[in-house]
Structure formats: structure tokens, C-alpha cells
Design a protein around this ligand. Sequence first.
Ligand code: FE2
Length: 438
Amino acid sequence: MTAGTADATQSVNAIDRDAVTGALAEARARTLTLLDPVPVADQTRQVSPLMSPLCWDLAHIGHYEELWLVRAISEAPPAEPRFDDVYDAFRHPRRERSRLDILAPAEARKFDEQVRERALAVLDRVDLRSGAPLLHDGFVYGMVVQHEHQHVETMLATIQLMEGYEHPAADGGTTTTGGTAAQAATDPLPDDVLVPAGSFTMGTDDHPWAYDNERSAHEVELPAFRIDTTPVTNGAYLEFVEADAYADDSLWTRAGREWRGEAQLRAPQFWARADDGAWTRRRYGRVEPLPFEEPVQHVCWYEADAYARWRGGRLPTEAEWERAAQGASLAAANLWSAGPRRFGPAPVGSRPDGASDCGAHQMLGDVWEWTSSDFGPYPGFRAFPYPEYSEVFFGDEYKVLRGGSWATHPVAARTTFRNWDYPIRRQIFAGFRCARDA
Ligand SMILES: [Fe+2]
């Protein structure tokens, strides 16, 4: 459904009421399509100390919408003042949220519906061309739409952690992730591509729904470098595992060695070796033979960093990644609204249509890619609309991830989008590609 892609791209740039209403409705449909089949008990429980109960995410989506689309732009009071505490992500870490007085799944749905009715009533009255910073180009609506989609991705990570649960939509559609080996490019792809020395514009000033951390656009000068044509595959990563590289201290940083020991890292999360020596991985409750051509997922930054060293390379810096991604586009197949799809990245080489100007494939919409960079502000950074979106996370605790995964909605998958996480995290849909000096 190629037309759907065009519509989604347009909706990011259009600021009329219909586009906003449509984007909000699409986000909600995606949320409920994911959650509706999940048993109520599983929506309520603490699946992992790393994740919120699913019904916390669900009501938090509504609470955030009330904060920004009702309270921030009209005089309306909160529906339930105590929600300002229980649904504030900064006041309660994920591991304690199942013990809070939170709404049950059915109540959370109802709350979200009521907030949506109020938000649409406010939308009828506001002037999207007023020039007010929150309303300008529909920014606050874009923020809320992206927030809901980002929580859908978080909920997908939670559901993947549920050991015995097979989500019925995980194998939806046919080959909607963009193809099979049969569709792969006929010519084998080169291992890497050269990015010549030069300057480029990093970040953005003109994407209407870009976050504060993507601004301002600024020139960055880079020496020439080479970068892998595709993300590292399961097959390539398996060679690293089987070469006993997890035990080779020379490949790991000191912090990496410590974490490898503490977390007993031996292979990516969800991988297992059967008695006959063949490797499998668990994907939404299904144990499958390891698909060698698929980008590796569920590796932490330390594993990515050690692998890159083993290969004689390194992780790209964030600037190198963005430079290499210029001109990349999302394959039409990544659009969720086109219908159900298989939960996972596409085999490498199956998306030649989205290649970047320098010839790198699958930079958007398959796996988040770890970079070597800490999360920090661009020159001229100004927190907007609140410091807790980005500013409080700046520093050397977090590593930047780029590109968006198969679970990222197109509205948040763009070459300037910056994600960040602790270098130990593996439940996210993160892989990587290697770079080297030219
Ligand atoms: Fe949130």
C-alpha cells in the first residue's frame, strides 16, 4: 500500500485539523491492536523490573495527552489529580509501577477515550497558525502522537519479554517486513561503503515535529570513513559468538567486562543453543531457528562495541551515522497502518529502495543502531517544551541509538531522530553496524 506511505509522510508536515485527528486516531488504533489480544492478567503484571505493566503504559499515554492536549493549551483541570503522581515516569521507576494504585486495563481504555474526546474538543477551538510555540505547525500534537507510538514500541518490548506468550499479531501479514531472501538484491552487496570527507548539515531546523534534541541544524566536518552497507546480521554475529569472543578480554572495555560477568552475557538476549548445537531465538513466544540474514537485535552497547573491535572496526559516531544515513527512506512495507505485519526486522538486502545516498541499506526502520556517542546537546540547544524530554538525560551515562526499529512508527523514524539508553540495555530492538577510518 504505497499510497499509505505518502499519506503518513504528508501528515507529518501538514498542520490542518484533519491531519492531526487522523494521526491521533491511527496511533490509538495501533495501541489497541497490540494490546487487545493480551490477557488482562498479563496487562496488569510486572513482566520485568525493566518494564512498566502494560496497563500503566496505556493510562500514561492518556495522562500525557491530557497534560499536553487538554491542560497545557486550554484552562481545563485534570480529570483525576492523583494521576499526576502515579503516571509521572519521573516519580516512579518502572519496577515499582505495578504496586501503585493504577487503572486496570478496561478503566485505562475508558480514561484514554475520555481524554481523547476532550482533546478533540480543544482541537476544534485552537488556532494551529497562531504562532504560539506549542501550537506552531501542530507541534504539541506531533509530540503526543510520537509519544503514543514510542510507548507502543516500549510495550512491544514488554510483550517480547513474556516468555510463554505468543502474540497473535506477531506473524501477521505475509512478508510485510519488506521481503524474503528471494526478494534480496540480485547483486551481492559490498561489505561496506565509503563516505568521502566533507561537511554536512546535522540535525534539523525545519522538521515541524522534531524534538528539541534534534535542533539546531549545524554544519559538521568529518574525515572520510567507511561504514557497513547493512546492519550486522545474526549470521555474522554468530561467528563472533562461536569464536569464543565473549571470553576474549582484549575485545571488551573494562566496563564491558564487568557487565559481561555480572549479567552472564554469552549471546544476544533470547538466543539459545539446542542440544544438537543449532541456535534458536525466541520471538514473541515462538522459538525459531536463528534467521542468519536478519539484523541482530537485543545486544547491548558493550556487545556491539566488542564485536566491532573483533571485526577490526569500531562503532560509528553519531555524526558519522547521520552523515551516512542522508537520503535514506523508509520502505513502504514498514508502515503499520498498511495492515498486520511480522514482528521483526527485514532480511538484509531486501530493501534496496530505502538506501541512503552513500549506498548504505536499512538505516531506517529495521533495528536501532548503537553509536559510539554519548547523548549530548547540539550547539544552541534549548529545552522545549520541558527539560525532562531530553535535557535531564544529557551526559555520559547514555549512548545514542539511531535509525528506528521495525517497531518504530514512521512518524518517529527519521534520519535526525535521536534515541538514547544505558549501554547495558538489551530488551530494546537494538543492533548496530560497524565503521572504520578510510
Ligand atoms: Fe512516556
